[in-house]
Every structure is written in structure tokens, then in C-alpha cells.
Design a protein around this ligand. Sequence first.
Ligand code: SAJ
Length: 464
Amino acid sequence: MSARLDDLLSRTESRDAVVGIIGLGYVGLPLAVEVARSGFRALGFDISERVVEGVLGGRSHVQDVSSEVLGAFVGEGLLSATTDFSRLAECDAVCICVPTPLNKIKDPDLSFVVNASEGIARTLRPGQLVILESTTFPGTTRDVVLPILEEGGLKAGEDFFVCFSPERVDPGNPVWHTRNTPKVIGGITAGCLQAGEALYGRVFDTLVPVESAEAAELVKVYENTFRMINIALANELAQACEKLRVDVWDVIEAAATKPFGFMKFTPGPGLGGHCIPLDPHYLSWKMRTLEFRTRMIELASEINGEMPAFVVGKVADALNDESKAVRGSDVLVLGVAYKKNIDDLRESPALDIMRLLQDKGARVSFHDPFCEAIHDDGHTPLKGLPMASQVLTEERLAAADVVVVVTDHTTVDYARVAEHARLVVDTRGVMRRHPGAARVVGLSGVATPPPAALHALAGLAVVG
Ligand code: SAJ
């Protein structure tokens, strides 16, 4: 074993190692806390003065990190933060937890990873361990990060050590947290993996070593590609059920009773979030450079991308059944976050649905108990921004020509919606449990008949 590795392993074992975390967001800050909880000195790095001041003041800006826990570690001197990247020289290990967004043509934007790597390279010294956590395409660690780090002449695997270990943070998950979620890790060399396992084996409950950094990079994009494709299958099933006039929720709930060989996914208004819609495109982008088409990803992405328009079509049909046009109709969208019980609007299909409805002339407003207002993010131009969340009164429900359940926050009283709304388009299957006065149109299957049909059935003439 090299003396450098030996020294790093002993500093790790004795907890004398200082661990740097670059990027103090929803991945980096929880990691910094777990590093401190494991007895290491954690030194957070961020480009934002505001973030650094908040951390030093014991004020958490991340949902899964309580300010009291953060403040306690800062008070004990186990956790600190700085915008001074020259202090990376103080660290025995550096974890990169920065964003890897896609650009407008869905190509990976590695600028944050490159900047972080260049920051580390400026003070790279023998014996340091670098672990990249940001989700990215296979080959990034070896082909993008390594050349930057080896620029100064040090050699990975001999002078310093490099691993990839994908973040698996699910913000707000009540069961799976940073420490107890199994942690995949792969090294550039066997020695690199040994160094990474020595550190992360003391921070995480379960390590999952794999044969290379590329394998570890691929595990993460595969996990989320699996999810994206199965969601697309559920969405395609919803479209097929629409043609078959079968309730897709009946089909999925019944299929989910199969105790083996089946995994439940549900259809919805489209795919939101900063992981599932984006991560598969890292793989498809990489495979295109190798002249290989990931057709499943392309097709699934197309199907998921159709859902906002599919929902708007359902709204238009539901209004049409009542001899109303979309143009001029009062449409109240219930829930705009990308998934229930969070306030995150990133890539939310609700924004596409609202824009499409506005484009058709509808008067669109929204109610979301987790999102106070929608501001211009530069992506989804909505007219009249910022839009404030409406108060969900009975009068407001009754006044809407149609209420569209887009995000099924559990804090909304859907029985009340069923009682006071006239017409509901339900993209999440939540109204099925709340029969009421409202006419409900689901993603598929036979909606409750429109008033005219009901009156006709009862032999009554429809008046007015
Ligand atoms: N969605 C569906 N149908 C489903 C599941 C999700 O339409 O059956 C939609 C959601 O409404 C949302 C989007 O997909 O718009 C993404 O939802 P998600 O439940 O996958 O939540 P995310 O984006 O927060 O995904 C994260 C991921 N975590 C990491 O990448 C570390 C993902 O791997 C997790 O599986 C997921 O959380 C989770 O299970 O909560």
C-alpha cells in the first residue's frame, strides 16, 4: 500500500481527517451534518455568502436539516463553512455536491463540476481524496474531473485518490435519510476505492462498492431511468384506458395486488422534479456520443412530455360537455408543485398545463398550500406572473368553471372540493374516494355523466 494511502487511512480511522463538502444544498448540507456526526471536522464550501453565513449562524436552509442540529455541530466546531476555496488545501477529503443541470437542448451542463474540480486542483496536494456525488453521465469522473485534477502533475491512484458516489437524497422522505440510504461507491483505482470506503464506511450505514467510477455513475442514472420509463408506461396506459373507457386507477390498483413481479407506478399530469426528467438524458446524451440510441429513454420521455397537453384536452372536453369553451373559462388548478407535499416547482407539469390553458384563453389561477406564489423562472412563461396562491374557499370552488387537480397534496380537503366544485378534472385519482356533487372527469374511463346526460336519463328537460 502506498504511504499516501496509508496516511489517509490512518487519519480517517483516527477521525483527524478534515472533510470538505463543495455545494451546501439539499445534498451537501445533509452530508456535511452526517460527516460531523461521524466525528470528522466538516468544512463546507459554497459560492453563496448567504448560504455560508446561514450555516455559520446555525440556520438551515435545507428541509431535511434542522437548525438546532446544524447549530449544535457548528457550535462544537465540528462543522464550518466558507466561500474561500483556497481552504480546500486544509481538507484530507473533498466531496463535490454541486448541480448538474441540463441545458436547453438537454445536453449536460458540467460547468459547476468543472469549476469545483478546478478549485480543488488549485490546492490539490498528495494524499487527498476527491469524491464526486453529482449525478452525471458515465465517464465524467475519469474523462472530465481527472484531467483537471492531474493538470499539476499529480497522479490519481498514486498521489491522490478519486471516487464517484451518487447522491440518493430524497428530500422530505420520512424513512430514508442521508445516513441510512445504501451508498454506492466506485473508484478510479482499487486504492481509490479503498480510500473512499474508509471514509464513507464511517459516515453511511451501508456501502455498496462497485467495480469502477463508471459503474457507480451508471447505477444512479439507471435507477432514475428505470423510474422515468415505468412512469411513462403508466401514462401510456392512462391514454389507452381513455380509448377503452376503462378507469386506469381501477386497473393499476388491481395490478398492484400482485404480490410478485409487479411494481406500482401511477399516471399523472406529466413528469416534474430535478431528477427523474433529467437524469435519463445524461445516459442518452453519452450513448449518442458512442453512436448508440437509447430508444426506450427517448420514447418514454416523449410519452411523459405529452401528458400536460393530454390533461388540457381532458379539461377542454369536460368544459365542452357543458357547452363551455376553454376561452374565458375560470380554471382553478389545485396543486402546482412537482409532487405532493413539497414546495418545489422545478420542471413541474402544472406550469406547462397552466401555460397551455392560458394560451387557449382560459382565466387560470391556482391554489397550492405549499407554494405561496409562482415567480418568473425564465423557463415557463406564464401570463400575469407573479401569481399568488388563491385561498381555497367554498365560494372560490363554486365560482370556478373547472377545478383541475394537478398535484395531490394530502393537506387539501378533497371531500370539500367534491361538495362545492361544479366540475373537477382529476389527474391524480384522489377524487375517487370523495364522491360528491361535483362532476368528476378522471384521466381515463367513464367520468360522472354531464348534467345534460343526467337530466336526460331522468327524463327531465335541461333548462337554460
Ligand atoms: N410520478 C408519477 N408517477 C409515479 C411516480 C412519480 O407521475 O408513479 C411523477 C411525480 O408526480 C413527479 C415526478 O414523477 O412529477 C418525479 O417524482 P418522484 O417520485 O420520482 O420524485 P423525485 O423527482 O423527487 O425523485 C426522487 C429521486 N431520488 C433521487 O434521485 C435520489 C428518485 O430516485 C426517488 O425514487 C424518488 O425521489 C422517490 O422515490 O421519492
